[in-house]
Design a protein around this ligand. Sequence first.
Ligand code: ADP
Length: 474
Amino acid sequence: MIIGGKAVQAQSGKTLEVRSPVDGLTFEAIPRGEAADIDLAVAAARQALSGAWGKLSALERGRLMLKMAQHILDHAEELALLEARDTGKPMTTARNDMVVLARYFEFYGSAADKIHGEVIPFLNGYQVNLLREPLGVTAHIIPWNYPAQMMGRSIGPALAMGNAVVVKPAEDACLSCLRIAELALEVGFPPGALNIVSGLGEEAGAALAKHPDINFISFTGSNEVGVLIQQAAALNAVKCVLELGGKSPHLVFSDANLELAASTVVRGIIQNTGQTCTAGSRLLVQSDFYEEFLSLVAEKFSRVRVGTPEMNLDCGPVVNLSQQQRVNKYIAQAQQDGLKILAQGQIDPNVPNGGYYVTPTLFGQVPAEHPLAHEEVFGPVLAAMPFVDEAHAIALANGTDYGLLAAVWTENGGRQQRVAKALKCGQVFVNSFGAGGGVELPFGGVKRSGHGREKGFMALEEMSTTKTVIHFHG
Ligand code: ADP
């Protein structure tokens, strides 16, 4: 762990085993940080704000972040290998994750000296300045699906705005995050600017969320924990940004570019083995060409291959045993309920025994009330269903508790606009999906997908505050 600029173990000396999803074997140990370690990390962050970190100008902070972006790229292969071993993802995906991680530091490093306050016209004799200031100590609780990317997304804007950060990465995958914090020290981030404490969610994570000396929480993870985070934030009256997953739909109309839509739909659910908050896990298709489109999707879906990071196929294993059991349970339950499997991918026969592999599965004619149509599986399971017309498509799309993202597939310009406006979610893609990291694009949900915005310039606003200075000069 990194606390106050030093590499440390947990004060208790306890560790947690790290298992690789590739073969289920233990290959590493990480410190099991607890409340006492969180106390030290928050104190170190607080000190950094009144020390060397707090004294840096926006320009200097930005330069440090740009240096960090380059340092990440120089270590991209090492980080990607670590990420692939820890999460099981294909090497190509892991490598791409590091490019996106570096991009977060580049984007926010370049923005550090470009976000500024305002002068507000007021009564004669007054000068009113709106200052934009850091929040203070910001807490960042990171999920295991894209550990490195998520850390960059969360701390990039926080550091650019001059906050001092405490990161609690996920116990299931955090090796890249720990290494990123070391890299930050190497490029010269002052002690305490970036602290990281590994450990269990209910120990280190809970201690961080309820710490009385933090000023903000950024959380990406499950709905259940999101509620706990919001409760903890409420007790200390601090702001939080929550990103809690989704059940994102594709709305495919019969005038769509079928080939492009079909291949994008398949990629949108198998990416990262479906363990993506924005996974396109519902496929809504206009009924008059449902059969035709689904046979195209099924044909592509049946070509999906699952393997180890080195095999570098379409998907890797899922992250751990409980996730494997969860996904398999959804598939088994749907079959028991009589839902029809239209296609399945294949697990490479040469994957090691003991790994957490699941079979990508496409279900057809899923009724809107079936759990597969509205619960987040967080695995490579796609639920397809027909719709009759635009109004029906919108009703189905908006008919879950989630509202993170959606994609509309149609060549009709009016329909593109109407449907995009009617969808209740934080991002809508038209004739596209996902768009390569989208560091620049404000991102977040409505309803149970959470609130607040990450990415783009909006994250800089979320992770800062304003002060209105009203000066009477006569
Ligand atoms: P999942 O169920 O997919 O593992 P979680 O929401 O449990 O997702 O985990 C996301 C992040 O939240 C991880 O870093 C985890 O350690 C952390 N976490 C889990 N439980 C808590 C908690 N009670 N308080 C704070 N953080 C937690």
